[in-house]
Write a protein that binds this ligand. Structure first.
Ligand SMILES: *Cc1c(COP(=O)(O)O)cnc(C)c1O
Length: 500
């Protein structure tokens, strides 16, 4: 299978090439030229597969220049019990018609581990396949969870250097600690004075800078991306939608073939897009609930067809969704326009120039049929954590709470009582103080000590502190630099030893 750019200005490439490059040379995103279609029997059959087998199967449809054995090895190493426990993606019955898909049992306690534990392995193999001995610099702009997941995935991977930029003032205490204590001789982490969009724009500008590219190349380096613009990150996420469906049938929550709904807490539109691709591949899905926080650009877009990022970025209690430019939406638009790259390129140019574009009526109608959009404010998010804990004795993080509440709004507005799977994207232990506030135990916390909240949460909810959090208490802080967004390029060069 070959991959094309959503902006149509580069030739078709192999999957290994698409994964190695991350972003297409014309600024577009790589997408598969065609999609496979799975029968219901094949989908239900996934219940008999282990998670890693299911993941390798889904990947094999797209990464056709990798052998089945290579994909099997990559998946087995990525989703091993040491990394993800016995069940990487358990589907929990929580409400009457609502289950929660827990995607935070990986090493960094967020769903991004599903992609970032396997991407470095796929990239190393891609290097072998494309016969290249140039070293890869992974650049990551993170709103919190991607950074740590990428660091954990790439640490000490031969032939790679990983450099992460996070908004210094825009991530939770545990998220920050996870990053600044990162070990590995090829890792570097910078705080940015600015927000996530500043960091993401900085990385995009660096990717688009031909002089810098040339300078690096002369020193044996090439940039790549581990953000969800990389196809190698999206493809592994398709697998858990199939797995969840086959589990729901096996658990007798639904009949085989019944159409279900997924509620997805959304930022960069990567996770929910993977779900859309699963539907396109034959998964019986009625619609997706696109759940946002007060950075509700996507809610407005889905309801009006106008994407307008001209607004202030709010800092919220669900920081991994504090985003105004949802990069992966470009892939959806490409698909809904019937692969009209010229049209997509025009909209993206408008977004770049004016911060705004409006899609055609046909595309807007399709979007509204596929997605129900809702946004949840800070108070509702915190209240939902408390209510779900109270009603179901089940603890959720703020991102999951946004998706849970959006699912409730969908039910209220539509009167539809269909079975809904809420994607739970992070462990509550990544966001202890907000979760404590939600369950009414947030008073008088020592804000300077991140572990005060951790220990209180464990005591109050009688849940064990995850081993990953316990480990942070004793790890030294290694990465202390905080820089301006304008200083990213020079710090990359310093890190790589190209500049003093
Ligand atoms: C990244 C992230 C999201 C948003 O996912 P996208 O793929 O960017 O839409 C939601 N929740 C958590 C916890 C995340 O880390």
């Amino acid at each position: 299978m070959l991959f094309v750019s959503t902006r149509g200005q580069v030739g078709k490439v192999s999957s290994a090439h698409a994964i190695k490059e991350g972003l297409a040379g014309d600024g577009g995103l790589f997408v598969p030229q065609t999609f496979p279609y799975l029968s219901l029997d094949a989908i239900l059959g996934m219940n008999a597969l282990s998670y890693e087998q299911c993941a390798a199967k889904i990947l094999s449809y797209f990464l056709t220049d990798y052998s089945a054995e290579e994909l099997g090895d990559c998946a087995a190493a990525a989703y091993s019990p040491e990394k993800f426990g016995t069940d990487p993606a358990p589907l929990r019955k929580v409400g009457e018609h609502t289950d929660v898909l827990e995607l935070w049992h990986g090493p960094t306690m967020a769903f991004k581990d599903f992609a970032l534990q396997i991407l470095p392995r796929l990239m190393t193999k891609a290097q072998e396949k494309t016969g290249s001995d140039i070293r890869i610099v992974i650049l990551v702009a993170t709103s919190g969870d991607t950074g740590k997941a990428a660091l954990e995935g790439f640490a000490d991977v031969p032939g790679t250097e990983i450099i992460v930029f996070y908004p210094d003032d825009g991530v939770s205490q545990v998220q920050k600690l996870q990053m600044v204590t990162q070990q590995g001789n090829n890792t570097k982490v910078f705080g940015i004075r600015g927000n996530f969009d500043d960091a993401q724009r900085g990385v995009k500008d660096i990717f688009a800078d031909p002089d810098l590219e040339k300078e690096l190349k002369e020193c044996g380096w090439v940039f790549s991306s581990a953000n969800s613009i990389n196809w190698g990150r999206l493809a592994p996420q398709i697998a858990y939608y199939f797995k969840a469906y086959s589990d729901a049938v096996a658990n007798e929550r639904i009949r085989p073939g019944e159409k279900i709904i997924f509620s997805v807490p959304t930022g960069n539109f990567g996770d929910i897009l993977a779900g859309y691709y699963a539907k396109k591949m034959g998964l019986p899905v009625k619609c997706f609930i696109c759940a946002s926080n007060s950075n509700n650009v996507l809610t407005d877009f889905i309801n009006t067809g106008v994407y307008d990022k001209n607004r202030v970025l709010n800092k919220t209690v669900s920081p991994s969704m504090d985003i105004l430019v949802s990069s992966n939406l470009e892939r959806l638009l490409f698909d809904l326009t019937g692969n009209d790259a010229a049209q997509v390129a025009e909209w993206m140019a408008q977004l770049n120039a004016a911060g705004k574009y409006e899609v055609s009526k046909d595309v807007a109608d399709q979007v509204r049929d596929l997605f129900f959009a809702a946004w949840i404010d800070e108070r509702e998010t915190v209240d939902t954590i408390g209510r779900v804990h109270n009603d179901f004795e089940y603890l959720i993080d703020p991102h999951t709470a946004v998706a849970w509440r959006a699912a409730e709004k969908y039910r209220l507005l539509s009167g539809d009582d269909s079975y809904i799977v809420v994607l739970s994207t992070a462990s509550p232990y990544k966001f202890c103080s907000t979760v404590l506030e939600g369950i009414g135990k947030g008073e008088g916390l020592d804000e300077k000590d991140p572990f005060a909240a951790v220990h209180r949460l464990a005591t109050e909810t009688e849940t064990p502190v995850p081993a990953q959090v316990t480990a942070l208490e004793t790890l030294p802080v290694i990465h202390k630099d905080v820089i301006a967004a304008g200083e990213m390029a020079q710090n990359i060069k310093k890190t790589l030893g190209i500049m003093q």
